[in-house]
Write a protein that binds this ligand. Structure first.
Ligand SMILES: [Zn+2]
Ligand SMILES: [Zn+2]
Length: 680
C-alpha cells in the first residue's frame, strides 16, 4: 500500500500533502492534495492558471475569492476558475479545517479567462471581437515565379517571392499541413536568347548554367524547394502548352491577327521583350518590351513611346506581323468574378481593378522564334513562331502539380490545379502582377469556363541596394551565393524579413544589416543566456511547473498568447507579412527580457519560491514559443534553441502550438549556446 503523510510545504503557509501526481507511481492530468488550516489561520492569497476545486472534509471556514467571501463547512464544494485569487480561513478556535483540493489545467478555459479566444478556431483576442479567417488545412502547392536563367540570384530576388514562399511552406509544414514549394527557370525567355546572342553561347548553355547557379544560391540561403522545373528538361511541358493553345484556338478565344511589330532594319529582326525598350505608354517611365516595372502594366512593343533596339540602340520601324493573339476583354466578367474570390495585396487588387476599368488588352501569345528556342505554336501559318513565356506561366503550374503528384503518388484529381481541391498559392514580384492575377486566370477561364483558377496571390515590391535599383549590368548587386558563403543564412533571412519590400520599396544597406542583427538578435542571445543562468541558480537548470501567479505574470502570459496568434496571422497568405512576423518576434523577446529582469527579485525571498517557479516557467514557455514561431524564418536558431530546451522529439515532429505550451517540468535545460555568429 502506498501511503503519504501530511508535511508542511513552506510556500503554502498551511500544512499540505500532495497526493497526485505521485512521483514514481503515477502521473495524473490533475493535481490533488490534502490541506489543513489550523484554528484562526488563513491560507495564502494566491492565484494560478489552473482551475481548482476544494472539498471541505471537516471544520468550518471562510472562503474569499476575488473579493467575495462565503462561509463554508463540511457539506461544501467550492470551484475556482483559473486566475481567481483565493484564500481559506479557519473560523474555529479549536478545530482544524481539513479540505481536499483538486486542480487541473484547461487551456481553453484559462485562455478565455485571459481574454484570448480559443485557438482551435484560431480567433483573435476577444477584445477586438473580430474572428480571424479560418486557417486552411488543405494540401497546398506553393508556386514561385520562375526565374529567368540569364544571371545569378541577388538579394533583391531573394527578398521577394523565394524567401516568402520558403517561409510560408515551412510554416504550413510546422502546422502539419501537406505543402510543397515548386519553382523553376523559364528557359524560353527572350532574355536568355538575348544573353546567348551577346556572349556567343547557345540559349541552352546559358539557361543550364544559370539555372544551376540559382539552385546553388537557393541552397546557400536555405531556400527549400520540392521541385525545380526546367522547361527544357520536362517531357510534359510542351504537351501541356500545346494542349491549352489548341483548346483556346478551337473555342475561338485565341486567333491569328496581323498587327504592327517593332522591326530593326539594322539588325534585320523583329523586336520582342528583351530586344526592345522605350517609354511606357501607361506611366511614362522607361520600360522593356512586354512589362513595365514601374506601373505593372503590359505593352505590346508597338505601343512603346520612342522605342529603341536593345542590340544596336537604333530606333525600329513598325512592320505588320501575323501572330497568335488573345483578346482578354471578352473575359472581363469571368475575371471580375474570379477577382471577387481572390486573395491579394491591396496594390495588386487596385492594379487589376484599374486595368479592368480601362479595358483589358489584347495580348500576343506568340513571337518569332530565335534559333527555334521555345515551344512551337501549333497553328498553321505560324511555323516560325514560339509561345511567349507569359503564356507558359499558367500551364507550367499544371506541369508542376502533375510532376509533384506523380512523385508523391497523388490521385489524378488531386493534381488538378483548377479543381479547387489543391490549394495553389502564387508568390511573385510586382512586375509579374498582370500575368498572374489577370492573364493566367483569363486563359484558364477561357479554356475551362467552369473551373477555379488559382486565386491566392502574394506579391512584393522591389528591394533596393543602398537606395538604388539592383542592377546586374552595372554590377550594383549583392550576389546570394557569394554573400551567403560568408554570412550565416539565419542572419540574412531575418534581416530580409525585417526590411522586406511588402507594401513599398525598401532598401538593403550593409552597415544597417550588421547593426540591426547585432542589436536585435544579440538581445535574443542575451535573454536566453540570462534565463539559463537564473534557472541554474535557483533550480539547478531544471524546468519547473508554474506555481502561484502575480498580476504581472498573468499579463505576460496573456501577451504571449496574443503574440502566438499574431505571428500565425502574419504567416497566413491573406495577411502575409514577414516584416510584421519579424517585428513581433523582436518585440516578444524584448518583453521577455524586461519581464525576466523584473522577476529576478523573487530569488531573494524564500517564501516566494512559488512565484519564482511561475516566472521561470513563463520565460521557458516564451523561449519554447519563440523557437516554434521563429522556425520558418531562422531554421538554424530554432533547432538550436529547441535542443537547448531539452526536447527529445524534433521541432518539426512536435509542430506548431496554437497556445504556448509549458516546457515539461523536470526537463534539463541548456540555453548556454552560441545561437548567432555575427559578422565582423
Ligand atoms: Zn508603366
Ligand atoms: Zn538593332
Amino acid at each position: 500500500v502506498l501511503v503519504r503523510k501530511l508535511t508542511t510545504i513552506p510556500s503554502a503557509d498551511i500544512r499540505m500533502s500532495y497526493l497526485y501526481p505521485w512521483d514514481g507511481v503515477v502521473h495524473t492530468p490533475f493535481g490533488s492534495a490534502w490541506g489543513v488550516v489550523a484554528p484562526g489561520q488563513t491560507s495564502r492569497h494566491h492565484m494560478h492558471h489552473e482551475a481548482e476545486t476544494f472539498f471541505i472534509a471537516r471544520g468550518r471556514g471562510l472562503v474569499t475569492s476575488n473579493g467575495e467571501a462565503r462561509e463554508v463547512d463540511s457539506e461544501t464544494v467550492i470551484y475556482f476558475p483559473p486566475f481567481t485569487t483565493h484564500t481559506l480561513t479557519n473560523l474555529s478556535d479549536t478545530e482544524d479545517l481539513l479540505f481536499l483540493t483538486v486542480w487541473w489545467e484547461d487551456p481553453a478555459l484559462h485562455r478565455s479567462r485571459l481574454g484570448v479566444g480559443d485557438g482551435a478556431a484560431a480567433t483573435v483576442p476577444e477584445t477586438s471581437a473580430i474572428p480571424a479567417a479560418p486557417r486552411s488545412r488543405q494540401r497546398t502547392l506553393v508556386i514561385t515565379a520562375p526565374l529567368t536563367p540569364n544571371g545569378d540570384l541577388h538579394l533583391g530576388h531573394l527578398s521577394g517571392p523565394y524567401l516568402g514562399a520558403d517561409i510560408y511552406t515551412r510554416y504550413l509544414r510546422l502546422r502539419h499541413v501537406e505543402a510543397n514549394h515548386a519553382t523553376g527557370a523559364d528557359d524560353y525567355q527572350s532574355y536568355v536568347v538575348f544573353n546567348a546572342d551577346r556572349t556567343g553561347s547557345t540559349p541552352a548553355q546559358v539557361a543550364a548554367h544559370h539555372a544551376e547557379e540559382v539552385r546553388a544560391s537557393f541552397r546557400a540561403a536555405e531556400i527549400a524547394y520540392d521541385q525545380f522545373l526546367r522547361a527544357e528538361e520536362s517531357q510534359h511541358y510542351a504537351k501541356v502548352m500545346t494542349n491549352l493553345v489548341r483548346r483556346l484556338v478551337e473555342a475561338g478565344h485565341a486567333e491569328v491577327q496581323e498587327a504592327p511589330c517593332p522591326y530593326c532594319e539594322h539588325c534585320e529582326r523583329f523586336l520582342f521583350e528583351a530586344y526592345v525598350s522605350g517609354t511606357c505608354p501607361h506611366c511614362g517611365e522607361g520600360t522593356g518590351g512586354s512589362m513595365c516595372e514601374g506601373c505593372g502594366r503590359p505593352n505590346e512593343g508597338f505601343d512603346l513611346i520612342d522605342p529603341v533596339c536593345n542590340r544596336c540602340r537604333r530606333p525600329p520601324v513598325l512592320r505588320p506581323l501575323p501572330r497568335l493573339f488573345f483578346p482578354m476583354a471578352r473575359h472581363a466578367e469571368a475575371l471580375r468574378e474570379h477577382l471577387a474570390r481572390a486573395s491579394m495585396p491591396t496594390r495588386l487588387r487596385a492594379l487589376c481593378e484599374r486595368i479592368l476599368a480601362d479595358g483589358l488588352p489584347t495580348i500576343a501569345l506568340s513571337r518569332i522564334a530565335d534559333g527555334g528556342w521555345g515551344i512551337p505554336v501549333p497553328v498553321p501559318g505560324l511555323e516560325d513562331q514560339v509561345l511567349t513565356t507569359w503564356f507558359e506561366l499558367g500551364p507550367a503550374m499544371m506541369v508542376q502539380a502533375e510532376l509533384l503528384g506523380e512523385s508523391h503518388g497523388w490521385r489524378a484529381e488531386d493534381r488538378d490545379i483548377l479543381s479547387g481541391d489543391l490549394r495553389v498559392v502564387n508568390f511573385f514580384g510586382f512586375d509579374n502582377s498582370f500575368f498572374y492575377a489577370l492573364l493566367v486566370p483569363a486563359l484558364f477561364l477561357a479554356a475551362w469556363p467552369d473551373r477555379l483558377p488559382p486565386a491566392t496571390f502574394v506579391s512584393n515590391e522591389f528591394y533596393r541596394l543602398d537606395g538604388l535599383k539592383f542592377s546586374t549590368s552595372r554590377n550594383h548587386a549583392i550576389w546570394v551565393g557569394e554573400y551567403l558563403s560568408r554570412t550565416p543564412p539565419d542572419l540574412v533571412r531575418f534581416y530580409l524579413c525585417l526590411t522586406r519590400p511588402e507594401r513599398e520599396q525598401t532598401s538593403f544597406t550593409e552597415s544597417e544589416f550588421r547593426e540591426t542583427v547585432r542589436r536585435e538578435l544579440g538581445l535574443w542571445q542575451t535573454w536566453l543566456h540570462q534565463l539559463g543562468g537564473r534557472l541554474r541558480r535557483s533550480f539547478d537548470g531544471i524546468a519547473q511547473e508554474p506555481g502561484f501567479w502575480t498580476p504581472e505574470q498573468r499579463d505576460f502570459y496573456r501577451e504571449l498568447q496574443v503574440t502566438v496568434e499574431e505571428v500565425a496571422q502574419a504567416y497566413e497568405p491573406e495577411t502575409f507579412s514577414l516584416r510584421r512576423a519579424a517585428r513581433l518576434l523582436c518585440e516578444m523577446v524584448r518583453r521577455a527580457y524586461d519581464f525576466g529582469n523584473g522577476e529576478v527579485h523573487w530569488e531573494t525571498v524564500e517564501r516566494r519560491r512559488n512565484e519564482l517557479r511561475t516566472s521561470l516557467a513563463l520565460e521557458l514557455a516564451a523561449a519554447r514559443a519563440l523557437s516554434l514561431l521563429a522556425a520558418p524564418i531562422l531554421p538554424r536558431f530554432s533547432t538550436e534553441l529547441w535542443r537547448g530546451l531539452g526536447n527529445e522529439t524534433s521541432l518539426q515532429e512536435n509542430g506548431w502550438e496554437e497556445v504556448p505550451a509549458w516546457v515539461p517540468p523536470n526537463t534539463r535545460i541548456d540555453l548556454d549556446r552560441e545561437y548567432f555568429a555575427f559578422p565582423g
